[in-house]
Design a protein around this ligand. Structure first.
Ligand code: AMP
Length: 176
């Protein structure tokens, strides 16, 4: 078992019955686990030619910002609809529970940038694939994505890999 699972709190039936919510704020709050996790994620991406990290609101910011600092590269914010102040590209996506849209600033990416997508968890992959589509619209290429948690039965990580994006995760859970 990955050491990181010891720091993840599971909340049954949140936000709706049947969902096991994997709460990673308990990692962020730990002065042992948070820096160790950032080090472990960053070690995957040294010398890989990644130009920028794209973090997905909001937990992807907490991971991706620290990683970008350590890698000495810039950080792109992928935000929920209506939050970004300048012109945006927008992409609708299905959540495990509900529907939403993500946005990116039209000028966030330089042509040919190699982008690493960062978020806390991948389930169906709807969120990450919306982020990938946005980055492609803005002229960037997504080479890699990383998450703390994978729910492999929901097949998002497989879908992302089938789109040519390498996926790294620290922990897996069965089921929803
Ligand atoms: P998906 O788009 O289905 O891959 O869902 C991933 C997004 O929804 C991530 O941003 C997660 O924060 C959130 N999410 C989905 N399922 C869970 C879960 N079981 N526990 C915690 N967060 C989840």
């Amino acid at each position: 078992m990955s050491w990181v699972k010891e720091y993840i709190r599971t909340i049954p039936d949140h936000p709706i019955p049947g969902i096991m919510f994997r709460d990673v704020t308990t990692i962020f709050e730990s002065d042992v686990a948070y820096p160790k996790m950032i080090d472990e994620l960053v070690s995957q991406y040294r010398d890989k030619g990644i130009n920028k990290i794209a973090g997905i609101e909001a937990r992807g910011f907490i991971l991706g910002g620290a990683m970008a600092h350590m890698l000495g590269i810039g950080f792109i914010t992928i935000r929920k609809k209506g939050k970004l102040p300048y012109d945006t590209h927008s992409e609708e996506y299905e959540l495990e529970y509900g529907k939403d849209a993500l946005e990116i600033h039209v000028d966030a990416i330089n042509e040919g940038d190699n982008i690493l997508i960062v978020d806390d968890l991948i389930a169906t992959g709807g969120t990450a694939i919306a982020a990938l589509n946005l980055i492609n619209k803005a002229g960037g290429k997504v080479t890699d994505a990383c998450f703390i948690v994978d729910l492999p039965e929901l097949k998002g990580s497989t879908t992302l890999r089938n789109k040519g994006c390498a996926v790294f995760t620290l922990a897996e859970y069965k089921g929803l």
